[in-house]
Design a protein around this ligand. Structure first.
Ligand code: SOE
Length: 389
């Protein structure tokens, strides 16, 4: 089996997710398309880099991502840094002939995302793979929903409603991490989480053509974060802590028109008390409906129009060995998978793409379309008009 020497740049929360996914990938999916070798972990903070080396089992650590790009031993680079460095690192890696999986959103500026898509198109001609980490479209229940749609079981899609609601930033004392700073993050909730459901909406219902949206910021200043580590609101600022301005969005509410003629709506916020990782997709077609909620990710609810009147209603299907990826995860429906297995599924798709030379469904060109929808959403919230993607 071919070895794949990997490097992870940025050793925070997403590094953990990528490492858990990559190391479990061959354990779950055997024989795996490639065998990952954990070569280098890189972080600008030396202590974080050396701790990650030990914790995650890398052979070495470094503090300058350029060392990773210059290393001829590295085959694939995982870009897990804050958004403003995604473009520079990803483009350099692609140009150096390395496969790239980059965290979402693609970049902090649409121009950078475009440059990444161009570099990926060029690299693809040489068999180099690009991928963005839009993992939620790979939840087995969502892949199954896509199969039902493609088989015509739901008919023509009329309406799709999507939500991504979290609560970790609802407390005004959740610190001002980079996620609230436009210069680093680009957008707030729009890039961070709405992007996931924009991706799912387009995966299930095709390209979005135009949007009208309202973007709001509710908490305009937050306590300055002392360390660089993003605690996602779990560590609060002191009452007397120095505060600085938030210049990203807290919430978006949008209406969507798809190229197919379908319509939809989408909401995203990290300020919804009681909601944790509440990603819901409900769609109605001419022959049935589908409902999914990530907080119950092992289930999909389906209603068929041609069931008898007395029996028509949503039924709950547990994803099982009979469903996508199910044969390789756990062998009884209800044993359930979670975020860790989902990351392994994502790494499997990255590994498959590398082994076959075929770009994954979330390659940089697909992800660039998500960026364009987000940019149209931001334009619309200023113009108060429908805006074309
Ligand atoms: C924080 O909102 C976050 O970590 C996002 O950045 C991820 O994309 C999402 O999957 C979980 O929440």
């Amino acid at each position: 089996m071919k070895k794949l020497n990997i490097a992870v740049i940025g050793a925070g929360f997403m590094c953990k997710a990528h490492v858990v996914g990559m190391s479990n990938m061959p354990k779950l999916f055997w024989p795996s398309p490639v065998m990952p070798v954990f070569k280098t972990v890189c972080d600008i903070v030396p202590e974080i880099a050396s701790e990650a080396k030990i914790r995650f089992g890398f052979e070495k650590s470094c503090t300058d991502w350029r060392d990773v790009i210059a290393d001829p031993e590295i085959d694939a680079v995982h870009v897990c840094t804050p958004n403003d460095s995604h473009a520079e690192i990803s483009i350099a890696a692609l140009n150096a002939g390395k496969h790239v999986i980059c965290e979402k959103p693609m970049a902090s500026k649409i121009e950078d995302a475009e440059k990444m898509a161009i570099a990926a198109t060029e690299a693809a001609k040489k068999g180099i793979i690009s991928m963005n980490a839009y993992q939620y479209r790979r939840v087995p229940a969502i892949v199954f929903a896509k199969q039902l749609i493609d088989e015509g079981k739901i008919g023509n899609i009329l309406n799709i409603r999507c939500q991504y609601l979290q609560s970790w930033s609802a407390d005004p004392n959740s610190p001002l991490s980079w996620r609230f700073q436009k210069e680093i993050a680009g957008y707030g909730a729009l890039g961070d989480i709405a992007s996931h459901v924009i991706d799912i909406a387009q995966y299930l219902a095709g390209d979005i053509d135009e949007v009208v949206s309202i973007m709001q910021t509710y908490i305009n200043e937050r306590p300055v974060q002392e360390s660089g580590v993003d605690s996602l609101g779990t560590v609060k600022g002191d009452v007397g802590a120095k505060k600085e301005k938030v210049d990203t969005d807290d919430e978006e509410t949008m209406l969507l028109r798809f190229k197919s003629g379908a319509v939809g709506s989408l909401e995203a916020t990290r300020n919804a008390w009681g909601r944790h990782n509440f990603i819901t997709v409900e769609l109605h077609g001419t022959k049935g409906s589908i409902l999914f909620n990530y907080e119950r990710l092992n289930e999909i609810r389906v209603c068929y129009a041609d069931d008898p009147d007395t029996e028509r209603g949503f039924k709950t299907i547990y994803t099982s060995p009979a469903h996508p990826y199910g044969d390789a995860t756990w062998n009884i429906a209800g044993m359930n998978i979670g975020y860790g297995e989902l990351k392994a599924i994502e790494m499997l798709e990255f590994a498959k793409a590398i082994a076959t030379g075929e770009q994954p469904s979330t390659c940089f060109n697909t992800a660039y379309r998500v960026e364009k929808v987000a940019e149209a959403c931001a334009r619309s919230s200023k113009s108060n008009q429908w805006e074309k993607v």
